[in-house]
Design a protein around this ligand. Structure first.
Ligand code: ASP
Length: 435
């Protein structure tokens, strides 16, 4: 995704202003709404249905994007790595670093959200749609694990799409992308088709995102109108706890895990390195877009931190689109939080599904504002939760987006430093004595 960074920044800022205003306005109207609603139950329900209608539309649109988004982003993401049989050492190292750090951040998110349980005790919080009974009863670990593996190889791709078997679609798309990457010229037409398809889908996502503020205000009003006081006594504290869980996880990842890796590999002060990246991190925070931040990330890495061109030129651009530690952590926390809010006990197998799909959703998410939110529908669907339940999370997403984007950029930056160190170490100083 190469778009004009200045344009992306303007778009991000406009979106944030709209979304924040929508939250404020929706919150204010929603707060007054219970007093305005008719007393008669059926008239009340009709009013709430109409008020919540744009919100329902937003949720339907997000769901609509799931299948094409998964297929397009995964095929293109993998195919764009180049012939995977020929990826050199820098390729393996970079992908290894991405996989390791993304996996660690998802794991951290899963541990924290299970410890803190921000969604627990929400008896009356079914935001939308009832869960089928089968999902409320956790299955045995072995049984659910086997079921997960089986789901990865759907017997029929069309059916997998219709049933929103996201994991099955991901596996197929990754394999398709990998195979295409090895086919050289003969694979190009199909790869190009998916590239263009992907771009078109992203354009549709851009449109949906503009509608989001209206949908968010509507969701908020409908929710507050329906819940009355319970919104303040139940929803708000839970939402605050959820946000704290995400921010705590991101904080641990960016202040302990990533610096730890840097120190282990390079034996140098990681915080000095981070300080050199400060401008990029602040830009990421203020634009909520790693793509828009990329030029500054590269500049900081090269100028302030003396990262070599090769590492900076390979690790950072690739990382801006596929390495998103912050997004990965957020996906896991958000989805498990929603499950908790629905009173659903996720089995061990489902946690494993969250682990993998959150990782893949982060890889697939574009480096633009709120991309992670759209991808969250994928993770939700993979564990059998209707994305319509994401409801309230939308209202605070624009805020969390900034934190996770900064962590995404920090992950890329540390990666560039680490890979640069390994590459220069291999190249050796100047070979002193031959033989
Ligand atoms: N805004 C994030 C980024 O650009 C992606 C996301 O929404 O999580 O890195």
């Amino acid at each position: 995704m190469t778009e004009d960074p200045a344009k992306l920044r303007r778009r991000a800022n406009a979106l944030v202003i709209f979304t924040a205003s929508a939250v404020a306005l929706g919150g204010l109207l929603g707060w007054m709404l219970p007093g305005w609603l008719p007393d008669d139950a059926s008239a009340r329900n009709t009013a709430l249905m109409v008020i919540g209608f744009p919100g329902d539309l937003l949720m339907q649109m997000l769901k609509m994007m799931v299948v094409p988004l998964v297929v397009a982003t995964m095929v293109v993401g993998v195919a764009s790595l180049g012939d995977i049989r020929k990826a050199g050492k820098i390729g393996y190292r970079t992908v290894g670093y991405y996989a390791l750090t993304t996996g660690m951040s998802v794991l951290l998110g899963i541990i924290l959200v299970n410890l803190i349980q921000p969604g627990a005790g929400a008896e009356n919080l079914q935001a939308a749609g009832e869960l089928p009974q089968s999902l409320r009863e956790p299955k045995g670990a072995l049984e659910s694990l086997l079921q997960v593996v089986k789901g990865m190889f759907p017997p029929n791709l069309i059916q997998a799409g219709a049933e929103m078997n996201v994991l099955g679609l991901i596996v197929f798309s990754v394999v398709l992308g990998a195979v295409l990457s090895t086919m050289g010229e003969r694979g190009r037409p199909v790869t190009r088709f998916f590239e263009s398809f992907n771009e078109a889908i992203m354009k549709i996502v851009h449109l949906v995102v503009w509608f989001a503020p209206i949908g968010i205000a509507s969701l908020l009003m409908a929710r507050m109108g329906k819940a009355g006081d319970a919104f303040f006594t139940q929803d708000i504290p839970r939402l605050a706890k959820y946000m704290l869980t995400v921010i705590l996880g991101l904080g641990i990842h960016v202040l302990i895990v990533l610096p730890g890796i840097y120190w282990l590999v390079k034996k140098q002060n990681p915080f000095k390195y981070m300080l050199g990246m400060a401008q990029a991190l602040l830009t990421a925070f203020s634009t909520a877009s790693s793509s828009a931040t990329l030029p500054i990330t590269m500049e900081c890495a090269k100028t302030n931190n003396k990262v070599g061109d090769r590492a900076a030129g390979f690790v950072l651009p690739l990382g801006a689109t596929i390495n998103m530690d912050g997004t990965a952590l957020y996906e896991a926390v958000a989805v498990i939080f929603i499950a908790q809010s629905l009173g659903m006990d996720l089995s061990a197998g489902q946690m494993v599904v969250v682990f993998f799909t959150a990782t893949l959703a982060a890889i697939g998410a574009a480096g633009i504002p709120e991309a992670g939110l759209v991808m969250m529908a994928i993770v939700l669907t993979a564990v059998g939760i209707d994305p319509a339940n994401a409801g309230l999370i939308l209202a605070v997403d624009w805020f969390l987006d900034r934190f996770r984007t900064a962590v995404n950029v920090a992950g890329d930056a540390i990666g560039a430093g680490v890979i640069d160190h390994l590459e220069t170490r291999d190249a050796g100083p100047v070979p002193a004595v031959a033989g």
